[in-house]
Each structure stands twice: as C-alpha cells, then as structure tokens.
Design a protein around this ligand. Structure first.
Ligand code: SF4
Length: 375
C-alpha cells in the first residue's frame, strides 16, 4: 500500500523571533485548547479512509509549548485514524527552554522517535539579536535530556548569514552543535522577509543583509566542515550522518504525497494541492462551524507534477532517479528533457550516471538556472 507523510502544525510560540515569518504567534495561550480540539476534529475527517502513513511531523511554532500528555494524545489520535507503519519516523520540533527532562521522557514513551531542536546560533549576542528565548547551554541540556529519555535521532536547526556573523562564529556553531551528539543538521541562510522585525531594522539601517559573496563563502565552508565531521549533505540545506536523513522531508523533496493538518498546513494528496485557513482563529472558527479547514485547492495535472518533481528533486544530492521517474510518469527523463539536461551538464550544473541525474555543488548554488532550463 502507498504510504504518505502526515504533518501537524502547532502555531504557538513563547515569543516571536525577530526574523520569523512562519505561521506562528506568541501570546495566544487562550487559544491552545480550542486549537487542539479543532486539530483533533480535522484528523477525524480522515477516519475510515485507510490511509497508510510512514512519517509524522509535529511542527510549528513550538509544539513543545504544549504539555507532553497533550502531544501524546494527538499522536494517539493519529494512530486511531491512520494506518501508521511500525517503523514510522515520528518527529517533533522543540525549542530549548520549552521541554524539560520529564516532558521529553513522556514524548519518547508516547511514541515520538525524532527530535528537531531549534538552536540557530551558538553565540549569546546572535541569539539575543534573533529574539530567541534560550542560550546554547540550554540547547546542550535539551540534547542531553533527550538522549537520556531514549531519543537517538536528534536534529538541530541553525542559521548562517546573520548580521555581522564571522566564519569563526559559524564554525563554532557547527562544531559545538555536532559535538553534542546530534546526527542531523539543517542549516538555512537568513532571508530577511517583509513583516518581520528584522525587515524593519533593515529599512532603518540597523542591520544589513549579508552580501552574496560572504554568504556563499560561509555556506561552502560550512558544507566542507560538516562533511569533515561525518555529516553528509543530502539536500541543499540538510546534512546527516549516513542513515539519519529525515524521511519526512525526503518525501516532500521526492514530491511524494502528504497530508497537513492545522492552520496554514499544506497537503498534496490524490493529485490535489491544498492549503488550510492561515490564521489560528480563522482555522478554529472554520472547524467549529463544520466548514472544511481548506481555503485553497488546486488539481495538479501530470505536466505540473513532472516539473515540480524535477524542481524538488534537484534540491537533493540523489537527484532524479531515472527508473523511478519512468515508472511514475510513463516516459523517460531523456525522452522529454534530453536537451535541457545536456545544456545543464555542459554548464556544470548537473551530472549523470546510469542511475540518476544529479545536481553538482554548482547546481545547488544556481537552482534558478536549473528551473529556467526545464520550464
Ligand atoms: S520559535 Fe520558531 S516558529 Fe516560533 S517565532 Fe521563533 S522561529 Fe518562529
């Protein structure tokens, strides 16, 4: 049976980080209980459909702002409704300062087996400027507690290209994060988005976006450092010790099917792409009044699915597997895209062997050039 990914969005945060444009809110504790009830009701809409799931991801926001028992109840509800595989990867996002030893024990005993912890930077002054609620000591403590609770699969999120960030600082963040014994790391470049405090600060001249050359240099040196520490790059921004790649996110990049529940969650299921109502209150109101949570949906025809599969697949080191592509779409990659593949190989952006067409390190840097060639 085909297996899909399941994402649950928990949009509450202790305070809003200054760079964050995710769907997350601080100071809305009053909505936590009605939100969980709404989420449970949305999950109920899939009862009886016999949908097989092999990865679950509780993301946010800060899911660990909820108590451990509530999070386990949510997972139990998923187990009641979906056919969850025995070896399912079940991840939860966590921020240091919101999960103590006891909560992590409850989560592990309740069935969560992967923890994704937001670190972002090792240095106090960067954490403060970002508006994070924790310091690096609390990150280390969270990893230790998680390991004691039984978690083996632990990931950290970090950011580079911070205002004024030096190579020494970035190097320290990566080395110190790895030294805690995690086996996966996501490293994203800071993009200053409209609507954030950082955007206002940039307009006022208080901070500046790092120039491309320095930002690329931090990226490339970071990739080399992580590889020397045994963390292999498997996606533009993701690194893991062999065998510890995030299966839930791999499914997104392979353009596999997934369901998203909660406000602003997206789904791609049975050739339809959907997005739920974006705001917490709007989402709760929809569910309470018996309306569907979805406020946007689009049928994805095969042509669109092909292009999306290519765009997502070239974010991955593994690239596009030629046999899997042919089996999925009924024609070969070369039959349709022989010319752009040749052109991109000549430009040094793609490489090819018997099995797959893959991006080169240069291809990771110039994703837009790959996209243009296929469109
Ligand atoms: S903790 Fe994460 S989701 Fe919440 S405000 Fe900070 S960056 Fe955004």
């Amino acid at each position: 049976m085909k297996q899909i990914g399941l994402y649950l969005h928990l949009p509450f945060c202790m305070q809003k980080c200054r760079y964050c444009d995710f769907s997350s809110w601080a100071g809305r504790e009053d909505l936590k209980t009605p939100y969980i009830n709404a989420l449970m009701s949305e999950l109920e809409t899939y009862r009886g459909e016999n949908i097989a799931v092999n990865t679950i991801f509780l993301g946010g926001g800060t899911p660990t702002l909820f108590d451990g028992e509530t999070l386990v109840q949510l997972l139990d509800k998923c187990r009641e409704i979906f056919d969850i595989s025995r070896d399912a990867e079940i991840s939860i996002e966590c921020n240091p300062g919101t999960a103590d030893r006891k909560k992590l024990e409850i989560l592990f005993k309740g069935g969560f087996n992967r923890l994704s912890i937001g670190l972002q930077a090792w240095q106090e002054h960067h954490l403060k400027q970002l508006g994070r609620i924790h310091n690096s000591r609390q990150f280390r403590e969270t990893v230790d507690w998680a390991k004691e609770a039984g978690f083996i699969n632990i990931s950290a999120d970090v950011i580079f290209g911070l205002p004024g960030q030096t190579w020494e600082e970035w190097k320290e963040t990566l080395e110190k994060a790895v030294s805690t014994g995690i086996n996966h790391l996501s490293a994203y470049s800071l993009i200053i988005e409209e609507g954030t405090v950082f955007y206002e600060w940039m307009k006022q001249g208080k901070i500046r976006q790092m120039d491309d050359e320095r930002e690329r240099s931090l990226y490339h040196r970071g990739v080399a450092l992580l590889e020397s520490l045994g963390f292999m790059q498997y996606e533009i921004s993701n690194f893991a010790k062999p065998g510890w790649e995030c299966r839930h996110n791999l499914n997104y990049w392979r353009n596999g099917e997934y369901l998203g529940c909660g406000c602003s969650a997206h789904s791609f299921f049975r050739s339809v792409r959907r997005a739920n109502a974006a705001g917490i209150e709007q989402y709760i109101e929809r569910i309470q009044s018996g309306k569907p949570a979805v406020d946007y949906s689009e049928e994805i025809d095969m042509e669109t699915e092909v292009v999306e599969t290519l765009m997502l697949g070239f974010r991955l080191n593994e690239g596009i597997n030629k046999k899997a592509f042919q089996n999925r779409f009924g024609f070969s990659l070369h039959e349709r895209y022989g010319d752009p593949i040749m052109e991109l190989k000549n430009q040094g952006l793609l490489t090819e062997d018997e099995e797959a067409v893959r991006p080169t390190p240069l291809g990771f840097d110039f994703q837009n050039r790959i996209a243009v060639a296929f469109f």
